[in-house]
Write a protein that binds this ligand. Structure first.
Ligand code: BGC
Length: 423
């Protein structure tokens, strides 16, 4: 039997979602793409049912968020990450919808009422139609447009929100899928556009950082413990699924000495990292899996779904955290999760990764919280509704929520502030 891995008091535990994946009823560049004749034709050709790939009403969390947060509270969560849907707030350029803003004010307040710390992402893959028609983030005026939007949101939520994320995986996953691989809207395959997009995101992030800080500067009565006292903003830059090489295990010393692993991991992001680091109060790390390159023994365990066949490799999370130690910033695990409809691997996945976090903390990394992806089953982008990441199962016919048994195990970990590992 293993040891009891105890987490410090104040360590935040919770889960994450994003607007387009759970809300339902969105009208943005994704919903337009999901219904486009080209997309439908492509799915038909692949023998798939297009309705399974249209976000539509999704989990209907736009209307059922209180129910969702009741569940999160019941499960003992102390932090919840959600995103604001830009297309709702600014449906036409420069015209803000106050009703929609009120909606998010209520959403955030209802987390606070339940004692759950809100973490707000300002951009998670979806754009208003007017913005994408103007070229999205390829247009050089996009950082200013983004700043105008986030300024309005921050102004309205600053009393209740202290943790901001400017962009989710924009420069990594999204840039790759949307501008290099041609899979996500706007389905471009251009290295030039990929670079330009990333440059504008970095600019937008830096502008936003100052803007957020400015809002809090003019805020009266900064008292300890209030959100404005611990304002943090950041950008999820680290890779989802860092690169590991099988040779790493074959000739570890040489591999390490040549620094190849580091170059592969963060090399392509280095200049952005260096530029934006002074504008990040904390680092958000999304970690799911590891990709292996080169020759060597076959990876151990994989997810049991048809989806992606991601390898389960908690050691990778430990290594990423150790890589980030030198920046000496607080770190949140902003996403970590598994698509597991049968719920047979989720508990060991969570424990394995939380144990990696615990080890990294023991070895001096400042980790402030762990957020499982996701609270609910949801719309998994171009994979549609099939992958089941949720702690809570959604019956898409009735929108009924059913708490999975792994969610109760996770609640036990939270309650006991740790768990025995290995079992
Ligand atoms: C994204 C989520 C997505 C998850 C699982 C992350 O890259 O931020 O939106 O659902 O991975 O694929």
């Amino acid at each position: 039997m293993g040891d009891f891995l105890k987490f410090p008091e104040g360590f935040l535990w919770g889960s994450a979602t994003s607007a387009h994946q759970v809300e339902g009823g969105n009208r943005n560049d994704w919903s337009a793409w999901e219904r486009s004749p080209e997309r439908i034709a492509q799915l038909n050709q692949e023998g798939k049912n297009p309705t399974d790939f249209i976000s539509g009403a999704a989990c209907d969390s736009y209307h059922r968020y209180s129910e969702d947060f009741d569940i999160a509270k019941r499960l003992g969560h102390t932090i919840h990450r959600l995103s604001i849907e830009w297309s709702r707030i600014e449906p036409q350029e420069g015209k803000f919808d106050h009703e929609e803003m009120r909606h998010y004010i209520n959403v955030v307040k209802s987390l606070r009422e339940r004692g759950i710390e809100p973490m707000v992402t300002l951009w998670h893959f979806s754009n208003p139609l007017w913005f994408s028609r103007q070229g999205g983030f390829l247009d050089n005026r996009s950082p200013e447009r983004y700043k105008r939007f986030i300024s309005y949101v921050v102004d309205n939520l600053k009393g209740d929100v202290g943790l901001w994320i400017t962009f989710n995986e924009a420069t990594t996953v999204y840039a790759g899928f949307s501008y290099m691989r041609g899979i996500w809207p706007p389905q471009r395959k251009s290295f030039f556009e990929f670079l330009r997009f990333r440059r504008n995101i970095a600019k937008a992030h830096m502008l936003a950082y100052h803007e957020i800080k400015n809002h809090y500067r003019s805020w009266p009565d900064v008292s300890p413990g209030s959100p404005q006292a611990n304002i943090v903003s950041h950008n999820v830059f680290p890779l989802v699924g860092a690169v590991e090489n099988n040779s790493y295990y074959v000739i570890p010393k040489l591999w390490e000495r040549l620094g190849i692993r580091n170059i592969l991991d963060t090399g392509i992001n280095n200049w952005l990292w260096a530029k934006t680091l002074p504008y990040q109060d904390f680092l958000g790390l999304n970690y799911y899996t590891t990709k292996r390159i080169g020759v060597g023994p076959a990876p151990a365990e994989r997810t049991n779904e048809e989806f992606e066949h991601w390898e389960i490799f908690p050691e990778g999370l430990y290594r990423r955290l150790m890589d980030l130690k030198k920046f000496n910033k607080p770190i949140f695990i902003t996403e970590n999760g598994i698509a597991d409809a049968s719920d047979s691997k989720r508990v060991s996945y969570i424990k394995g990764h939380a144990a990696a976090v615990w080890r990294a903390m023991r070895d001096g990394v400042r980790v402030s919280g762990y957020l499982y992806w996701s609270l609910l089953d949801n719309f998994e982008w171009h994979h549609g509704f099939a992958p089941r990441f949720g702690l809570v199962e959604i019956d898409y016919a009735t929108r009924e929520r059913k708490i999975r048994s792994s969610a109760l195990e996770y609640a036990k970990i939270i309650r006991e502030r740790g768990f025995i590992y290995p079992e």
